[in-house]
Design a protein around this ligand. Structure first.
Ligand code: GLN
Length: 540
């Protein structure tokens, strides 16, 4: 174990979805703003290797890192808060742990031994936690354990924490996130669920050092004292985690509760520098005092579950705030769009984004929406499948190939304008086999996309199996669709545009994955800016 790195574990009790990811990212931000180098890591106890094959209804968005690792959406929060890229080291799943242990067993690494959860699985978990600290790259590693304490799947993780805490008591700290429910019938906050959650941790041999209590109402002194007493915790380590109006306010709320001070004190770390949240606070000020407001339609097929589009909604917040603009998102179910109602649905909006996705459900509605945006000069951004749909729409309605399609949707089409990539044809398995991660893209000078980035070569992240079919390149160009971004190594089309339109851009990559609070993505900033220029006095 690196003798310089400190380890913070964030676990959850009582219920899931209390926001461990946001609490972890917020604490990391505070420690980073005090001059410490911090990494965050998520341990997801499910048995999938990664969420790549999971339905968004199960798990929300799949987030992709530069190195092509498919991860949980919390990793997106870590990048958005810390403004540093993550990699395969930041995400661990039970699937990854077990496949490594089983591989080692087959190689004979444990020769002569019976391979067991303790010590082999727990050792592997501990190794992954400490891997991030190799070379003393980070002062602090925060490890968030997915799920809630007591889940069968999370037991080996809690055991690994217990062992690390026992081995290095001064270097390890456990923060448990719990719920303090408010019973409106009697008008009281209840501490019992929190007491039970801590008791469950104690049964597993781990005493939490700090409790972050999710609550809708302030915790008064006597309630804090009661929680502290029943849970063996110092009263100043009972931290109120109030519902916030935006996730970006959470670091500020936690700082007011002195969470960062308590953490440093318990880890015997001195104040490295005074807290500097200048950029963060400026963002929050602009966010809460917008000068303008615009309405953007997000057309997708998972719109009932906003988490499926987490990075897009956050990137719109970043891009909007840069323009002092509040972006109101209108969630539009692509299956509900028809030729008859499209004008009624889209005409009140200032722009639309057609979302990424897989499979044929909802495709017709996306194509109808894009036709409307193209013909009515409504600003349009198509992301991944959204870009592919823009190509299909153009082929059908401008070039006149009525059955043009993606071979993902129709194998029989006589014009597969989007088709499966050559290297993908040999891929048999589904998980982790798409074109994943960061690739170069060369932008054509004088294009709208070039004006947005002001750069010749950009790097963006991908997650797709199908692509623009280059055998139709000249047909598209001759009919007015411009190809303005190309991968210089492979010739794959990355960006399409239409001229004589205020803003019509489709990108094969996922720009939303690289937008952060301190570095808003130029494509979202540019999209909002173009809308503001295109719309009359949209004051907030
Ligand atoms: N289904 C499309 C493909 O595989 C688009 C994927 C996406 O939108 N992420 O190419």
């Amino acid at each position: 174990m690196s003798n310089l790195t400190k380890y913070i574990f964030v676990t959850g009790g009582v219920a899931s979805s209390l926001g461990k990811g946001i609490i972890s990212a917020s604490l990391a931000k505070l420690l980073q703003a005090r001059g410490y180098s911090v990494a965050i890591q998520k341990m997801d106890p499910y048995i999938n290797i990664d969420p790549d094959t999971l339905n968004p209804y199960e798990h929300g968005e799949c987030y992709v890192t530069d190195d092509g690792t498919v991860t949980d959406l919390d990793i997106g929060h870590y990048e958005r808060f810390l403004n540093i890229p993550t990699s395969k080291l930041n995400i661990v799943t039970t699937g990854k742990i077990y496949s490594t242990v089983i591989k080692k067993e087959r190689q004979g690494d444990y020769l002569g031994k019976t391979v067991q959860v303790i010590p082999h699985v727990t050792d592997e978990i501990k190794e992954r936690i400490q891997y991030l600290a190799k070379g003393n790259k980070y002062d602090i590693v925060i490890t968030e354990i997915g799920g809630t304490v007591g889940d069968i799947e999370s037991l080996p993780y809690i055991e690994a924490i217990r062992q690390m805490k026992w081995e290095h008591p001064v270097d390890c700290l456990v923060i448990q996130l719990t719920l303090i429910p408010y019973l409106s019938a009697i008008g009281e906050l209840k501490t019992k669920p929190t007491q039970h959650a801590v008791r469950q941790m104690l049964q597993l041999g781990v005493q939490p050092d700090i409790l972050c209590c999710r609550t809708e109402h302030n915790l008064d002194f006597s309630l804090r004292h009661k929680i502290a007493q029943f849970c063996n915790i110092s009263p100043n380590a009972v931290i109120e985690a109030m519902d916030a109006s935006t996730i970006y306010e959470v670091p500020i709320l936690l700082h007011k509760e002195k969470l960062d001070n308590v953490v440093l004190e318990k880890l015997c770390l001195s104040e490295k520098s005074t807290l500097d949240l200048t950029k963060w606070n400026k963002f929050l000020k602009n966010y809460s005092h917008p000068a303008f407001e615009i309405n953007i339609g997000l057309v997708g097929k998972y719109v009932e579950l906003h988490d499926a589009y987490k990075s897009i909604t956050e990137a719109l917040i970043h891009g909007g705030t840069t323009n002092l603009c509040r972006v109101s998102i209108h969630w539009i179910h692509s299956e509900e769009i028809s030729e008859q109602n499209v004008s009624k649905i889209l005409s009140p909006l200032d722009g639309i984004i057609v979302a990424p996705g897989f499979g044929s459900r909802g495709i017709d509605g996306k194509i109808i929406a894009i036709k409307y945006a193209r013909e009515n000069k409504l600003p349009f951004l198509g992301i991944c499948l959204g870009m592919q749909c823009a190509v299909i729409e153009f082929a059908r309605n401008v070039i006149g190939w009525k059955d043009a399609d993606s071979s993902e949707m129709s194998e029989e089409t006589s014009h597969p304008v989007i088709s499966v990539m050559e290297e993908q044809k040999e891929m048999l398995g589904k998980g982790g086999t798409m074109r994943l991660g960061q690739f170069n893209c060369e932008l054509i000078p004088d294009s709208t996309i070039y004006k947005v980035y002001q750069q010749n070569i950009i790097q963006e992240r991908h997650r797709h199996r199908y692509e623009f079919n280059n055998s139709y390149l000249s047909d598209f160009k001759n009919n007015g669709m411009e190809i303005t971004g190309i991968n210089p190594e492979t010739g794959l089309v990355e960006v399409v545009e239409i001229k004589n339109h205020p803003w019509f851009i489709g990108v094969q990559y996922h720009p939303e994955l690289k937008s952060t609070v301190e570095n808003p993505h130029p494509l979202f900033t540019g999209f909002v800016k173009a809308i503001l220029e295109n719309t009359e006095t949209p004051h907030a």
